[in-house]
Design a protein around this ligand. Structure first.
Ligand SMILES: [Mn+2]
Length: 144
């Protein structure tokens, strides 16, 4: 099992490769706002755990294990963002909130959140009904 920090790297490396076809240490450092030496250290750790193969002058390649987990981590992040959007969290807060919770939920909880997102997406009236509850609660706060 990757640690939360390893998960952050795998998620970002998977995304970079998906978008650009490669992930350089400098790109990863920029994306995660960390020093390149920290990236090199972590990349070596991910290599030792068979998530990727790292060669100093040739860059890095995810193994099938790394790709599988990376894909799941990106899915998890996107699903949780969608969940936050549906429950009405302000767009400006969504990214940070997801970064704060994503490593701390079980995969079972993620699957159940997936069911809930699907439940709302299948019938837009369900989202409207939720918004009505939220409006009512906001009115109640104002009246207090
Ligand atoms: Mn994330």
């Amino acid at each position: 099992m990757p640690t939360p920090s390893m998960e952050d790297y795998l998620e970002r490396i998977y995304q970079l490769i998906d978008e650009k076809g490669y992930a350089r240490v400098s790109d990863i450092a920029e994306a995660l706002a960390v020093h390149p030496s920290s990236v090199t250290k972590m990349v070596q750790k991910l290599d030792a755990n068979d998530y990727l193969v790292y060669e100093k002058y040739r860059g890095l390649v995810l193994t099938s294990k790394g790709r599988k987990i990376g894909k799941r981590l990106v899915y998890r992040h996107e699903l949780l963002e969608e969940f936050m959007r549906i429950i009405g969290v302000d767009e400006s807060r969504i990214y940070k909130d997801v970064e704060g919770i994503e490593h701390h939920l079980s995969w079972e909880a993620i699957d159940r959140v997936g069911d809930l997102v699907q439940y709302f997406e299948e019938e837009p009236e369900r989202v409207e009904a939720l918004r009505k509850v939220q409006e009512k609660n906001e009115e109640a706060v104002k009246d207090n």
